[in-house]
Design a protein around this ligand. Structure first.
Ligand SMILES: C[S@@+](CC[C@H](N)C(=O)[O-])C[C@H]1O[C@@H](n2cnc3c(N)ncnc32)[C@H](O)[C@@H]1O
Length: 557
């Protein structure tokens, strides 16, 4: 929007430009400041006339409140190669945000024109998913005050000192010095330009760069000390019995593969517990034939080699059958073994002192690494969720808006709508016929169980049951949300979390934690309780400065 500056009478200060651009909704504009070149200013304490609409005029004297999103600048991204070969040798280098991995982001719009201040009144955060930088006021900013960010501690120019400049610093001249130096704005961003690739949607996004934070389900202790290791069974008689075998030594004294079958032929009927060390075929085949290659033991190695001795893990039966009397060494005996795989090298070293254990840093139910494409899919789902939330309030389409008295009552009770969204899954869209949305309808239906999450489970169940030929779904025998991701404005309550768990949901993302009622980490964390037969991943969406949080964290959902 183009405006012409008619008067400077209100400030009485020298203003160089007779025209300026109002570049964004907060009416920021550019001016030239001595020693700095151009800079961004808040609203002008003057009278403007809109040139494209001769009759309109307005007085812009408002203070920008703290935490206002001042500007959202799209960024252009250049690869490290492009930056090294070209960008850093050009003027653009004065205006770029350099990421730690060497890539270069050029902010469009006002983004490239904020000057530096030691005490900035504007902070910025780089949103890698949407390829943009969001600038937010850190405090109330007076009209005509310059808007500055903090570039970092290694400046490439002599800064004009002091707090952000006021109009008194305005200069008559365009300062060409401002174009000099090497701009390398780094280190003060909330999250800086992220290391995830913008070029390739299949690239893995690092956990720090995800737009949400995974909730860690603390199922197991940290296992930093021997006492932390959970063993198969605490009582000596109920531990497992590895078969101790003899070793075979070669002539030079080194041990060789010790569990040698005496014959190449496998016994057709292996006994469940061999009375001797002599196996009739290679040990893994023998275990399989004996029905002892159980999944429950997959976190343990089956053979322990100790110098000249190797031991075969047979079973973890709490009550092993009586074994034939053999020589002491050759008889199976019992040992405590770790109950879970090792999650860290420290825990692996500790567990190996009991029995060789498998290192498995990711638990079965834990989220897989996310690609950029998946991050975008989830961000789109959250955008839709937020739009649905806004619709529920503003378009009076939801619980709040249905009737004005209800709205007032709910607002007085500080209750707001709770919205849930189950999108078409990524990357396999065939698992759901369409996206689903549901609202909390407890009030309108006078039904205390009509929570948004329960409503969406029911919708999906009905939809699946209506699909032709899906008999399991019709009979309610199918798990309802298998493989699906659920996005919800507020952390689901304990009841809804249990229902989601029973529905075998894959993952749940919420915007607002509910410390008093939440079942996903607020009041308690249902999926991390011992004994539950399903676990799902939980992500807490990071706050979006662009969307001033209208959700009330104190409501009872
Ligand atoms: C990203 S640009 C900011 C916009 C710039 N003033 C312009 O006119 O295009 C960065 C450059 O602005 C100038 N600059 C920014 N903050 C400054 C400050 N506090 N004092 C002096 N110069 C500053 C430096 O020349 C720096 O290289």
């Amino acid at each position: 929007m183009y405006v012409s500056l008619e008067s400077t009478a209100m400030t009485g200060l020298p203003i160089t430009a007779t025209t300026t651009w109002v570049l964004n909704p907060t009416r920021c504009h550019l001016r030239t400041i001595q020693g700095k070149g151009r800079g961004v200013f808040g609203t002008i304490r003057s009278q403007f006339t809109l040139t494209h609409s001769s009759s309109s005029s307005f007085s812009a004297t408002q203070t920008i409140p703290a935490r206002t999103v001042i500007e959202t600048s799209p960024v252009l991204l250049f690869s490290k190669q492009e930056y090294d070969d070209h960008g850093r040798h050009t003027l653009l280098d004065h205006y770029t945000f350099n990421s730690r991995d060497g890539r270069m982001a050029l902010a469009l719009g006002l983004g490239s024109l904020f000057n530096h201040a030691e005490n900035p009144n504007v902070s910025f955060s780089v949103d890698i998913v949407r390829e943009r930088i969001v600038y937010t006021s850190t405090r109330a900013i007076q009209p005509d005050e310059e808007l500055c960010i903090f570039y970092g501690h290694q400046l490439w120019f002599d800064p004009v000192d002091g707090p952000p400049s006021r109009t008194s610093d305005l200069d008559e001249n365009t300062d060409s010095d401002a174009w000099g130096g090497l701009a390398d704005i780094q280190g003060h961003t909330d999250d800086n330009v992220a290391s995830a690739s913008f070029e390739n949607v299949d690239n893995i996004v690092t956990e720090d760069d995800l737009p949400f934070t995974w909730k860690k389900l603390s199922l197991e202790k940290e296992e930093e000390q021997l006492d932390d290791i959970e063993l198969g069974n605490p009582t000596p008689r109920s531990v497992i019995g590895p078969l101790l075998t003899h070793s075979t030594q070669s002539r030079d004294g080194s041990s060789t593969y010790p569990i040698q079958p005496t014959s190449r032929r496998c016994s057709s009927t292996p006994t469940p517990f061999p009375s001797s060390i002599v196996l009739t075929c290679p040990p893994f085949r023998w275990l399989k034939q004996a029905g002892l290659d159980k999944d429950a033991l997959s976190h343990l190695k089956r053979i322990r080699r100790q110098a000249a001795l190797s031991t075969l893990l047979l079973d973890t039966s709490p009550d092993p059958p009586p074994l034939p009397p053999e020589s002491a060494l050759e008889r199976p005996y019992q040992l405590p073994v770790p109950r879970h795989p090792a999650r860290t090298p420290t825990s692996l070293a500790l567990k190996n002192t009991y029995w060789p254990t498998v290192l498995c840093p990711r638990r079965k139910w834990e989220p897989e690494p996310w690609t950029m494409a998946r991050v975008r899919w989830a961000s789109d789902a959250v955008d839709r969720l937020k739009r649905a939330y806004t619709d529920a309030v503003i378009a009076q389409n939801g619980e709040v808006g249905r009737d004005p008295f209800m709205r007032i009552r709910m607002l007085m009770c500080r209750q707001l709508p709770v919205v849930v969204h189950v999108p078409i899954p990524h990357p396999d869209p065939t698992q759901l016929s369409r996206p689903f949305f549901a609202y909390d309808t407890r009030m309108s239906t006078s039904h205390p169980l009509r929570h948004a999450a329960l409503d969406v489970i029911r919708q999906i169940a009905d939809d699946r049951a209506a699909q032709p030929g899906d008999e399991a779904a019709k009979n309610g025998a199918q798990y309802l949300l298998t493989g699906l991701s659920l996005f919800i404005t507020h952390e689901p309550c304990v009841m809804c979390t249990m229902a989601l768990l029973h529905s075998r949901v894959k993952e749940v993302f919420y915007l607002v934690p509910m410390p008093r009622t939440g079942g996903c980490g607020g009041l308690t964390c249902i999926p991390s309780l011992k004994g539950v037969n399903h676990r799902f991943s939980i992500g807490v969406w990071k706050e979006d400065p662009d969307w001033p949080d209208p959700l009330d964290p104190t409501i009872d959902v």
